[in-house]
Design a protein around this ligand. Structure first.
Ligand code: GLU
Length: 482
């Protein structure tokens, strides 16, 4: 159940870097934060981490905002705050670094990257050995500011994984400010979280190695660290982490493919988490309200979750099937050619909805209805060749054609079309499935499609009979002796 934001309520954040199209994994992280913020009377802060100037582009920021809106994370909702921009806070990042230097929690070092590597090689260690810890260097161009990692153990209390311990001796004195004085990501991220009074950091597990460092920074800056939660990442069918280069990861590519946002949201939420009751129900299809009410970080699986496009499509099929007709028509509209008669489409729509895996499959199923009155559908030759094979086929087709031509206006309904065909097939001793095969190819050009009698009903008598007659003529021509 959604709770209005309350003063002192928890503050979650979603902190994407606008360096590319919006990733399905990012969408999942955003949804986790959104569900928790809404249920707990908290706030969802959107912070755009745009300090990597070489890789950021402003259009990606708009892409993130649009993608979030598509999955229902709306700037109009009271729980939403932002977007804030990390780049606007650069002074605070540097000021925090300065405080760490003054308190002795950080120190300057004048070794170049190459020198650090050479020393490590010489000493047989990896990383930086703390060479400048006690050299008392003052800031100067080219000197980096490093954090003085204290002795001991850092325990990250993680809502997904429980306590995760890191030996501080395995963590080098990491860089806070580069030689040109610009802040590193780790520092900027923590300073922003502190300034934005973030209480809960829920993010992908790939950030877990950063967390002990960030937790130390929180403490060194005199703050109580937030609650942490690191959610296992998404992988492809080869169990490799989803990657932009290898996999289809952009949320908008799924939108453009005709995946419904509710299906995407439901699917993303059930990756690595099974809503209570799903097993008993034998289904993971749940409304957003139910998912929001039940989402539980401590029940998230510890292993990476397989982003299974087939399963997503199966969810989508369910969602399309269950849409109210008017919502279906609105959702599919963009996929339909502009010149298609919308009323005609609306008449056939209820008969195709449950067959669609994606909205974009709709036009290809019913295009034969929109060819104009005297244009014939393109014929699937193999389907035709197969349908004309039985020796009764030609005679049956001509019986059907004549009987349909004689139906009165009031009789042109799917029920009458069906019962007429059923009585005509009796002498041929065939079943309805077989009987429909040739008339179907004759009218639609294909062997598969929406239910035939409904399609012919929508098409109307004149057009249907014209196509059936065309097929009869074609058959006669092909069987006539040369
Ligand atoms: N900007 C970081 C990223 O997109 C997020 C870091 C975080 O959530 O703390 O990977």
């Amino acid at each position: 159940m959604t709770t209005a934001p309350t003063p002192g309520g928890p503050r979650f954040r979603f902190a994407p870097s606008p360096t590319g199209s919006f990733h399905v994994g990012g969408a999942r992280t955003a949804l986790h934060n959104w569900a928790l913020a809404r249920r707990l009377g908290g706030t969802f802060v959107l912070r755009i981490e745009d300090t990597d100037e070489a890789r950021n582009r402003p259009e990606w920021t708009q892409g993130i905002i649009d993608a979030l809106a598509w999955i229902g994370i709306s700037a109009d909702d009271d729980h939403f705050e932002g977007p804030h921009f990390q780049s606007a806070n650069a002074e605070a990042h540097v000021a925090a670094a300065q405080r760490l230097f003054e308190s002795g929690a950080a120190y300057y070092c004048d070794l170049t990257g190459q020198e650090v590597q050479d020393r490590a090689k010489e000493l047989g260690i990896t990383g930086y050995d703390g060479y400048s810890r006690d050299r008392g260097l003052e800031p100067a161009p080219g000197r980096v500011l490093r954090f003085r990692v204290p002795d001991g153990t850092t325990v990250v209390n993680d809502a997904v994984r429980g306590d995760v311990s890191f030996e501080n001796s395995t963590i080098e004195d990491f860089v806070l400010l580069r030689g040109n004085g610009s802040p590193m990501f780790l520092l900027a991220n923590v300073v922003d979280d502190i300034e934005m009074s973030i209480t809960d950091v829920v993010r992908a597990e790939e950030h877990l190695p950063n967390t002990p460092k960030q937790q130390m920074l929180w403490s060194a800056l005199g703050e109580t660290p937030p609650r942490w939660a690191h959610v296992p990442v998404l992988v492809n069918e080869q169990r490799k982490k989803l990657s932009k280069r290898r996999d289809k990861v952009a949320l908008e590519s799924y939108r453009d493919d005709g995946i419904l946002p509710d299906a995407m949201v439901n699917y993303l939420m059930t990756l690595g988490w099974t809503p209570p009751g799903a097993e008993e129900a034998g289904s993971e299809i749940f409304s957003w309200d139910a998912l929001e009410a039940a989402f539980d970080l401590s029940a998230v699986a510890h292993s990476p979750a397989f982003f299974d496009i087939k399963k997503l499509v199966a969810f989508n099929k369910q969602y399309i099937k269950n849409l109210p007709l008017d919502e279906f028509l609105a959702a599919v509209d963009a996929d339909l050619p502009a010149d298609w008669d919308r009323q005609r489409f609306a008449a056939i729509a209820p008969h195709i909805m449950e067959r669609l895996e994606r909205l974009g499959d709709a036009p290809g199923l019913v295009d034969f209805l929109f060819l104009g009155d005297d244009v014939d559908p393109e014929l699937d030759q193999a389907a035709w060749d197969k349908a004309v094979k039985p020796e009764w086929a030609a005679s049956f087709l001509s019986d059907v054609t004549e009987a349909y031509a004689e139906l009165g206006d009031g009789e042109w309904t799917d029920e009458t079309l069906k019962s007429t065909m059923e009585s005509l097939m009796v002498p041929y001793e065939i079943k309805l499935g077989k009987a429909q095969a040739l008339p179907r190819v004759a009218v639609t050009g294909r062997a598969v499609g929406p239910p035939l009698f409904e399609a012919m009903d929508v098409m109307g008598r004149a057009e249907t009979v014209r196509r059936l007659r065309g097929a009869v003529t074609r058959l006669e021509a092909s069987s006539a002796p040369d």
